[in-house]
Design a protein around this ligand. Structure first.
Ligand code: MG
Length: 257
């Protein structure tokens, strides 16, 4: 009987270890060697975010969340039941597991800059993709991953500030669990000339805690406008101080000769 118990316990531990490894490699999509060789270097960010209060907004900010309510957001319900069901308290919103993603009611047209502050749980639970997972989706662009990537290994294109499964973050500029972090995201939308030829591809640039982590990555940007959606991945991640600015960025021209 004792032997059987021991066998079951060993099998369980073996299975759990295997699952954890699978999670880090994303079901074998990344080999151990690739994860080792392509793991983004850790950079300690300058710490311009304070934990006590959010940063100020610029005068031309289109405000989506100032810590008071979710009136500018909707959930997955339809009609009169479309309210966002995340919790709002103490100036932040928090994912309520199982209520689904929330999205802004309004969109921002054309090129734009977004600012989002977020915080993963101070109490560390889980590992890899199971720790402080959420995500930022700007309409027409891939997910900018939100994850507690502070001393938490996962596949490189799945960690914080990666474009999920599209582009590995340049460096790991994560602050620790329970600390407020910032994303400043610059979205350039695809532009075409009168004949329909693309003269400027869509691109996305991300600064994580003030550090450039994605630069002009040509992913997405085909839509002419987009709102913001935040992911419910089951972890109680918090957000605050969310705003956008419209940008007027002319297509890049060849230098004058
Ligand atoms: Mg996510």
């Amino acid at each position: 009987m004792k032997y059987r118990y021991l066998l079951a316990a060993t099998l369980f531990v073996g299975f759990a270890t295997l699952q954890a490894q699978e999670s880090v490699s994303n079901a074998g999509r990344w080999t151990k060697e690739q994860i080792q060789n392509e793991r983004p270097a850790v950079v300690t960010p300058p710490g311009h975010t304070t934990d006590a209060k959010p940063g100020a907004m610029p005068s031309d900010a289109i405000v989506f969340f100032d810590g008071k309510d979710l009136s500018k957001w909707k959930g997955r319900g339809k009609g009169e039941d479309d309210a966002a069901k995340w919790q709002v308290k103490d100036g932040f919103m928090e994912v309520v597991r199982g209520t689904g993603a929330i999205q802004t009611r309004d969109q921002v047209e054309g090129d734009c800059q977004w600012h989002i502050e977020w915080c993963t749980p101070a109490e560390v639970k889980g590992n890899s993709q199971g720790r402080g997972n959420s995500g930022v989706f700007i309409g027409g662009y891939p997910e900018v991953q939100v994850l507690d990537s502070f001393q938490n290994d996962t596949y490189p294109d799945g960690q914080a500030s990666s474009l999920y499964k599209k582009s590995v973050t340049l460096v790991n500029a994560s602050r620790g669990p329970g600390k407020w972090q910032t994303y400043d995201i610059i979205c350039i939308r695809e532009k075409k000339d009168a004949a329909g030829k693309v003269i400027q591809p869509g691109s996305i640039t991300v600064l994580h805690n003030g550090i450039v982590t994605q630069f002009a990555v040509q992913e997405g940007g085909k839509a002419v406008s987009g709102g913001l959606s935040l992911q419910d991945h089951g972890n109680p991640v918090r957000f605050r101080n969310i705003w956008a600015r419209k940008l007027v960025v002319p297509p890049v021209k060849a230098p004058r000769k």
